[in-house]
Design a binder for this molecule. Structure first.
Ligand code: PLP
Length: 443
């Protein structure tokens, strides 16, 4: 228990948390700087997760807080429906500069949202609206993938593939799923590139076309690297094959880059990393360095322009949020982009990737480790589950790490690591050393 007085924990209903368990033994972070948090007693905690995959430039960046303060004192809020403010356009122009996509297919039309979940629902709605605008109004079906995570809106859980997020709630009619690509038997401890086996799983889209009819399918959405389910890398050739099949059947391809966007893989976006251009990407998190909630959907001109039809006085897309293009979020985002650019953070993970990969694979012989996967500055470490208690072992490792000054993230019995892109090699060593000891201690 903490020596410092803990706040009253009763009223806050915590998200994605075992509330009763947490409140019986809380973990409370009080401040942060660089790659470290401090808990309420002042103990240092290495941030092995960039907050929640979002604090890419590290914590307490003065450039961002100063930009936010300036914006708050200039224009704290302005409506975005039938009104505009300069910084929203400036930020979109900046994002368009780094937007990925091959020539002629650059994803440089930007729609703002307030979060990753809103970005996903926005992208799905844009896809359906696009199909209708080009005379394909029967295409309303949405395809996701097993084990996918696309946030918690009804659209996102419908295409998502994590059972706990789905079983309680009804879903958008017509959603269906590709099979996931996780294959421990054929691709264990993949090192030095993408998993060899599994490109053929992209042909699952053909199966769903044969089952439902292409003329009913608007879009397919995948995370290029599945994050929340425990870091699953796309098999070699998989994304290319998915792109080709989607094209063949007039289906839009959406990459959910809420995690992979803004440098996590060692390139600005997964689109750049893999060299496969979808029609739409969704982003959030690193968009503002996690400092102010915000998301953005990037689309190609093809998608955008198809909707710019009809009488000019007509609203083209009946969609948007009170906080779309919030001026303070735009200020934080612009400042974050300046840092990313100045410190070359959007490619820094590529410099550290080999060191990181070697360090994480150094845990291979630790107790209960059955797989390790890395890409850029991301790692998934899969543990054998205790019989009758899936997730319990990784949870114990998580609590042990936190007590010893390291924040990791666990999902089931998979540990996910994604430190700030500013992390130094010694800090990577520190992370691995605490984690290795915790793995050895866990029964
Ligand atoms: C791939 C992906 N999509 C969507 C989301 C949802 O983002 P948010 O929690 O900001 O709604 C997440 C969050 O982790 C994510 O990883």
């Amino acid at each position: 228990m903490y020596r410092t007085n803990t706040p009253n924990l009763e009223n806050y209903w915590m998200p994605f948390t075992a509330n009763r368990q947490f409140k019986a033994a809380p973990r409370l972070l009080a401040s942060a700087e660089g790659v470290y948090y401090r808990d309420i007693d002042g103990n240092q905690v290495l941030d092995g997760t960039a907050g929640l995959w979002c604090v890419n430039a590290g914590h307490a960046r003065k450039e961002i807080s100063q930009a936010v303060e300036r914006q708050l004192n200039t224009l704290d809020f302005a409506p975005s429906f039938q009104m505009g403010h300069p910084i929203a356009f400036q930020f979109a122009e900046k994002l368009a500069e780094i937007a990925p996509g091959e020539p002629g297919k650059k994803l440089d039309r930007i729609f703002y949202t307030g979060s990753g979940s809103e970005s996903v629902d926005t992208a799905l709605k844009i896809a359906i609206a696009y199909q209708r605008a080009i005379g394909q109004g029967t295409r309303t079906r949405l395809i996701g993938r097993e084990r996918g995570y696309h946030g918690v809106g009804f659209g996102g859980i419908s295409v998502g593939g994590l059972v706990n997020n789905r079983r309680v709630f009804p879903q958008v009619p017509g959603a269906d799923h590709l099979r996931h690509t996780h294959d421990l038997a054929r691709n264990p401890f993949t090192k030095g590139g993408l998993p060899e086996h599994g490109a053929e799983l992209a042909d699952d889209l053909e199966r769903l076309v044969a089952l439902h009819g292409a003329e009913t399918i608007a879009a397919v959405i995948v995370e290029p690297v599945a994050g929340s389910t425990g870091v699953l890398l796309p098999p070699k050739g998989y994304l290319e094959r998915l792109r080709a099949t989607a094209d063949k059947h007039g289906i839009l391809l959406i990459f959910d880059e809420v995690i992979s966007g803004f440098g996590r893989l060692g390139a600005p976006f997964a689109v750049d990393y893999f060299g496969v251009t979808p029609d739409i990407i969704t982003t959030a998190k690193g968009l503002t360095n996690g400092v102010v909630p915000m998301g953005a959907v990037f689309t190609s001109s093809k998608v955008h322009d198809a909707l710019m039809h009809g009488p000019e006085a007509q609203i083209e897309l009946f969609h948007g949020y009170t906080y779309s293009g919030h001026p303070v979020a735009c200020a934080a985002g612009l400042a974050a982009m300046e840092i990313y650019e100045k410190e070359a953070l959007l490619t820094r993970a590529s410099e550290l990737a080999t060191y990181w990969e070697d360090a994480v694979h150094g845990l291979r012989s630790r107790k209960n480790v059955i797989d390790i996967r890395t890409i850029g500055l991301v790692a998934g470490i899969e543990l054998a589950s205790r019989s009758e208690a899936a997730g319990a072992r990784a949870y114990d490792v998580f609590v042990d790490c936190f007590k010893r000054g390291l924040l990791i993230r666990v999902t089931g019995d998979i540990i996910a690591l994604s430190p700030p892109l500013t992390i130094e090699r010694e800090q990577v060593d520190e992370l691995m050393s605490i984690l290795a000891d915790a793995l050895d201690r866990a029964d």
